[in-house]
Ligand binder design. Structure first.
Ligand SMILES: N[C@H](C(=O)O)[C@H](O)COP(=O)(O)O
Ligand SMILES: O=C(O)CCC(=O)C(=O)O
Length: 356
């Protein structure tokens, strides 16, 4: 067993049942059976059902398997945007989605706020077909509130809304009826190795893709109508990452069995402890000043002592995250995912007091 605990915001600490499910998957020959076999079709069905239950997806939303959230950015632009999208960005990953749209030659617009700061305006350009928002900006620990998502929905009933839930899922409750598409990758809150992305879409997305397909290519095997065609049979167009699809379903079932509400309450409790530890520490300060926008799943503090703090923890077997990008040396990021026990977070907070 590994002797370190990773509080890095992805890849992160593996889910505590990951190893057990990996062994069982090998015992069941999951990586060797045909992905068109009845056995694997059942695996896909069970994973879809567990995710729908855990995320509380309303009816009419489909789940598709990709490789990463980066791929979801590409697929969303390819399938759901003909001319232009509008992006809210205040960190590296929300900005990247906009950059992808520009790479695809879209005339996209951006509402940009300096890193970790709230948006001054929620106005969306008239022509935008899709709005890109990030529930939890991993790079700086900024959360888009449910009220803000609901406001965007109300003011833009006819546009598609795409929600990045990469480091939010499954810890933060999301009202999916307010958005049309959402995506995440499994190396964050689900505690798995990287390499599997989940793309959630509703009927409006499919209609948009079909409209776009009349005049433009949507790409090939992972065009949304093709994903839908295979998905209807609990299959995928390609040979997918069968091992991870199996394990993801099992981890989702584990969280449901232990209580999804309890996991979400624990997330709040652990975030509160971490935030108090930051407030009480002379070397640390919150990076996101607006309290309601502070991430519960990626707690970020600014400090001039990143290296010293990370070394202190690493020598005790606890790996905290550095800052991201230009903040590498003056932030620390502490992931608070379902696999991080209350005891392990309490240990981080206790140890933090010892750093002077
Ligand atoms: N760390 C990013 C984020 O938090 O958004 C990430 O690059 C996106 O996920 P993938 O690397 O799995 O594409
Ligand atoms: O540190 C992180 O937030 C993840 C890093 C990452 O995914 C990336 O740099 O692409």
């Amino acid at each position: 067993m590994p002797n370190k605990i990773y509080f890095t915001p992805g890849p992160a600490q593996l889910f505590y049942t990951f190893e057990e499910h990996l062994k069982k998957a090998l015992f069941l020959d999951i990586p060797s059976i045909s992905h068109r076999s009845k056995t694997f079709i059942k695996v896909v069905e069970e994973t879809n059902e567990a995710l729908k239950e855990l995320l509380e997806l309303p009816n009419g939303y489909d789940i598709f398997f990709l490789n990463s959230a980066n791929e979801a950015w590409d697929r969303i632009i390819q399938n759901l945007v003909i001319n232009t999208s509008h992006h809210f960005a205040n960190g590296s990953f929300s900005k990247k989605f906009y950059d992808f749209a520009i790479d695809h030659n879209k005339k996209s617009a951006i509402t940009e706020s300096s890193a970790g700061n709230p948006f001054q305006s929620m106005k969306v350009s008239e022509e935008a077909e899709l709005i890109g928002i990030t529930k939890n900006e991993t790079s700086v620990g900024y959360t888009f509130t449910e009220d803000e998502i609901a406001q965007l929905r109300k003011e833009n009933p006819d546009k598609l809304i795409a929600l990045d839930i990469v480091s939010a899922s499954p810890s933060l409750p999301v009202d999916f009826s307010q958005v049309d598409t959402a995506y995440f990758s499994v190396q964050k809150g689900f505690g798995m190795p990287p390499g599997l992305g989940i793309w959630i879409t509703n009927e409006k997305c499919l209609e948009k893709a079909e409209e776009k397909a009349k005049t433009t290519s949507l790409g090939s095997y992972r065009a949304l109508p093709n994903l839908k065609k295979f998905g209807a049979k609990n299959q995928t167009p390609e040979t997918p990452n069968m091992l991870f699809i199996y394990i993801l379903g099992k981890i989702a079932q584990d969280i449901i069995k232990a209580g999804a509400t309890r996991m979400r309450n624990d997330t709040t409790y652990k975030a509160t402890l971490l935030n108090q530890a930051i407030e009480n520490h002379p070397l640390l300060d919150h990076f996101v000043s607006s309290q309601k926008h502070r991430s519960k799943t990626t707690v970020v503090a600014k400090t001039s002592e990143t290296e010293k703090i990370l070394k202190f923890f690493e020598s005790r077997g606890l790996v905290l995250g550095t800052g991201y990008g230009s903040f590498k040396e003056n932030h620390i990021r502490i992931a608070n995912f379902p696999t991080h026990s209350k005891e392990s977070v309490e240990m981080v907070c206790d140890l933090m007091k010892k750093i002077e």
